[in-house]
Ligand binder design. Structure first.
Ligand SMILES: [Zn+2]
Length: 240
């Protein structure tokens, strides 16, 4: 490729570079938005799963309570039934056996009642956990909705800005030879939006590689495109 020419292409490319860097950074930000949204949604999903598992634990405790309650009622019914039988037994031995049975049942009933009381405490504590988590989730949902809205607004603004910058850069680059523009654009694309590098003392201002004296001279003459042999960017002298 013949890159010899005369003119002030470097100062024009420098103007374009400012715009292209901004376009590159904004585009990278816009491209990253789906990932950002996924991460936010995933955080929220995990939070939601936490609430669901706490709620399930609560339901299990409530079910256990219902079972104990049924058990209690059955034993109480049994006591009532046996109490009624007491008046009908014929022998002292039968009477004593029945009384023994009733005492045992009543002791069991006391144990079940104790379990129920302990379970009530557990249910209360679990219900408090569920309520707290629900409150947190509601707050996080509000934050999530707000963040998503901000991101969408930011995206719209960025796309609008990219459109403006793209028009501006096209106008600027009209002044430069097409072949140079192609070369410049290819570097912008492959080098993180930065195609130009200033010569700083003897080094490439971007990658810091030392530039050979002859190449330095060519950069200062600015008669043609000169590339950094290390990072491939277009070198320019700060007076260009
Ligand atoms: Zn370099």
């Amino acid at each position: 490729m013949d890159t010899s020419f005369k003119g002030t292409f470097i100062s024009t490319l420098k103007q374009a570079q400012v715009l292209d860097k901004e376009i590159y950074d904004l585009s990278a930000m816009v491209e990253n938005i789906p990932k950002e949204l996924n991460a936010l949604n995933e955080d929220f999903r995990i939070r939601k799963a936490t609430l669901e598992s706490l709620t399930q634990e609560l339901r299990a405790l409530q079910l256990k309570h219902k079972e104990l309650d049924n058990d209690l009622k059955a034993r109480e019914a049994n006591v009532t039934k046996l109490d009624a039988q007491l008046s009908q037994v014929k022998t002292n031995k039968e009477y004593a056996a029945l009384q023994q049975e009733i005492r045992a049942l009543k002791a069991d009933i006391s144990l079940v009642e104790e379990k129920i009381i302990l379970l009530f405490d557990e249910i209360d504590a679990q219900q408090a956990k569920v309520n707290l988590e629900k409150e947190r989730l509601n707050q996080e949902e509000a934050v999530l909705t707000r963040k998503k809205k901000e991101i969408e607004e930011q995206k719209a603004k960025s796309l609008e800005r990219i459109k403006d910058l793209t028009t501006q850069r096209a106008d600027i680059l009209k002044q430069v030879d097409r072949e140079i523009v192609n070369r410049y654009e290819s570097i912008v694309k492959h080098k993180d939006g930065l195609a130009l590098s200033p010569l700083q003392d003897e080094n490439c201002g971007v990658c810091q590689m030392t530039i050979r004296p002859q190449v330095q001279n060519e950069v200062r003459l600015a008669g043609r495109l000169v590339f950094c042999e290390s990072c491939g960017r277009i070198l320019y002298a700060d007076n260009a």
